[in-house]
Design a protein around this ligand. Structure first.
Ligand SMILES: [Zn+2]
Length: 635
């Protein structure tokens, strides 16, 4: 419990590369014309790099920029070092500029411009460039990017600018944002290098780049789900009936002929008798339930091609069983976690249809938008994922409308909770709901813990993006604590609460395949908890004792469900210790930068063990191969 309670998912491979620095180069502007090596002056080329402060680290920067562009915080992070250039990201009509006058020396045959670019956006279109970034050198437009280039990490862009050899030209970036949703163009580590012998060497092609492997996220589908849910409860708040629909796109080049809905809480029934009932499916043809009644395959009328979208809808009935559980009611207090059917993920390895594990690490979903209305008796408080607004319903009833963006799941509770609220110093609204029997002093203490913890995590990994978080307390929870986006269930236990709030970043903001890679959220969250509590894990590896050669920190839940007595010790305990050891090995500063950039690279995306390992290796000059081996971190 406390921490042992949630387990996570796997990884997929490809996206890691991009975030970590292996990356992909694209785009060679059509300006290559190497003939202009002006000044046949020298027979030799002295390679040089002509961009000053390309990493945006200098206090006396030679860059000219509009207000606020060169920065080191605010929710983005650097590719290297701490500074970077952030154009746009306002969500309103806005233009940002960044430029530097360059003198490209004569004497070499090749000039190559490289730029690390990260684009993230709140736009959901897959076809329209609403917000754009133009890169120019002199009068030549090198490239134009837009919200359509958004991705999870930095990508290196490379341009052959040999035609500028021997010339003066200004490198200029202009970011233009329309009145709607934000797009951020983040630039770092910009360099223009000249090379090649001026006298004899023929023009060379730009440096060879690694094979262009699409980020794995481009194959994770159905993409950008948007859920609309309307439910009404009985007087106890334990039976909910209504309708759910989900609109999604196909991000993959492989047509999408069907989708799977995960009805996770059917684990709590006796399949085929289930607490979650889906009927009257529209937008597709349902098959029989599978995977212990937790998966529902819906065949689409016609396969979705890449970039197309569709909507599936259904009537939904949820019957919350008795029990102080993630999905259960403890007397008059109902907890409704994992109850809304959510889309499974298909990626390069196919559909992920892993079973429910009671350790709480089955869940693997893409960030989604939720709009949920919950019609309930007015005497019941209904804490929920997202931001809620209550309006009067029918006589004696209230309609709670909760909206949440970029979250992987939606959970709520219902009961006559006592409630205390506060705001963290960084501005996050925190609500603590308690069942009867928990003292006001305990609630107040947990509120203080939550306010401190959410800010501590945010300071390390990036600002908490959801504005508000609810903690629901019940000392009868058998599982200790459980994380949902913007909503956690917990005992009165400050360590457990700090842990659950850490999951807002690891599992929530930075997603992972919990079933296949539980350590990616549990070890990271326990490590984050230690950091928030000022613990360094000094000497922790001295007490490590493996049960067998098959025991690895990175094992899946299939392994841990068969070796349950070792799950917490290895995944949480050894896992967080490995991260403490990594910090000791690469240094506090490098570790701090790594964690921040790793989180930023996968913000609202999905990470994998391979991606974390690549990011860590890129953060240090120490070869980490033996570190991963010793710490049994595979992947
Ligand atoms: Zn956890």
């Amino acid at each position: 419990m406390r921490r042992p309670i949630r387990r996570r998912r796997t990884l997929s491979l490809a996206a890691a590369a991009a975030a970590a620095g292996l990356v992909v180069t694209a785009t060679v502007a059509g300006v290559a014309q190497a003939g202009t090596r002006s000044g046949a002056t020298a027979a030799t080329c002295t390679p040089s790099q002509v961009v000053a402060d390309g990493g945006f680290e200098s206090a006396t920067s030679p860059w000219t920029s509009s207000s606020g562009v060169i920065t080191s915080g605010g929710g983005q992070s650097a590719h290297g070092g701490t500074g970077f250039a952030w154009l746009d990201g306002y969500g309103s009509t806005h233009t940002d500029t960044l430029s530097q006058a360059l003198a490209v020396p004569a004497g070499c045959t090749t000039a190559t411009l490289t730029v690390w670019l990260h684009v993230d956006t709140a736009e959901t279109t897959t076809s329209t460039a609403y917000d754009t970034l133009t890169a120019k050198l002199g009068g030549t437009t090198l490239a134009t990017y837009s919200n359509l280039n958004a991705g999870s990490g930095y990508v290196q862009r490379t341009f052959d600018v040999s035609s500028f050899i021997g010339q003066n030209a200004t490198l200029a970036f202009t970011g233009s944002e329309d009145p709607g949703l934000q797009t951020s163009f983040v630039l770092d580590d910009i360099a223009l290098t000249t090379s090649g012998d001026g006298g004899t060497t023929p023009p060379t092609t730009p440096p060879t780049t690694p094979p262009t492997t699409p980020p794995a996220d481009s194959t994770r589908t159905p993409a950008s789900p948007a859920y609309t849910v309307s439910l009404s409860s009985d007087t106890a708040g334990t039976t909910w009936t209504g309708h759910e629909s989900v609109t999604f796109g196909n991000a993959s080049a492989t047509p999408l002929g069907d989708v799977y809905l995960r009805l996770w809480d059917n684990y709590h029934g006796s399949c085929p008798s289930t607490p979650i009932t889906v009927t009257n499916v529209t937008g597709g043809t349902p098959s029989a339930l599978s995977v212990g009644c937790t998966a529902l395959d819906v065949t689409l009328p016609t396969p979705l091609q890449q970039g197309q979208s569709a909507t599936v809808g259904f009537d939904l009935k949820i019957v919350v069983p008795s029990g102080a559980d993630r999905f259960g009611h403890d007397g008059a207090f109902a907890f409704v976690g994992n109850a809304l059917p959510v889309l499974a993920i298909r990626d390069a390895s196919g559909w992920h249809l892993d079973p429910y594990t009671n350790n709480g690490e089955s869940f693997y979903s893409l960030a989604a938008d939720f709009h949920v209305t919950l019609d309930h008796p007015t005497n019941l408080l209904v804490p929920a994922t997202g931001t809620s607004v209550d309006t009067p319903g029918a006589s004696g009833r209230t309609v709670t409308t909760a909206t949440a963006t970029k979250v992987r799941d939606f959970a709520w509770a219902a009961g006559a909770f006592s409630k205390v609220s506060g705001t963290s110093p960084a501005g996050v609204k925190v609500n603590v709901y308690a069942v009867s029997g928990i003292s006001a002093a305990s609630s107040q203490s947990m509120l203080s813990t939550a306010e401190s913890a959410i800010d501590a995590h945010a300071g390390r990994f990036g600002a908490y993006p959801y504005g508000e978080v609810d903690a629901v307390l019940d000392n009868n929870f058998w599982f200790g604590g459980m994380e949902y986006p913007g909503f956690v269930l917990d005992l009165v236990d400050s360590n457990a609460l700090t842990h659950e709030l850490g999951h807002q970043w690891f599992y929530g903001i930075v997603g992972d395949d919990e079933y296949n890679s539980p350590w990616l959220d549990e070890a990271f969250t326990d490590y984050a908890t230690d950091l928030a509590e000022g613990k360094t894990g000094s000497g922790c590896w001295n007490s490590v004792s493996w049960q067998s050669s098959a025991e690895r920190i990175t094992n899946s839940m299939a392994y841990w469900d068969a070796h349950s007595s070792r799950y917490s010790t290895v995944v949480y305990g050894y896992g967080k210790c490995a991260l403490h050891d990594l910090q000791r090995l690469i240094g506090d500063s490098a570790m701090s930068t790594l964690l921040r950039s790793y989180a930023q690279s996968h913000w609202y995306g999905v990470s994998t063990t391979a991606e974390f390992k690549a990011a860590a290796q890129a953060a240090t000059t120490t070869d980490l191969t033996s570190f991963w081996t010793q710490h049994r971190i595979d992947g």
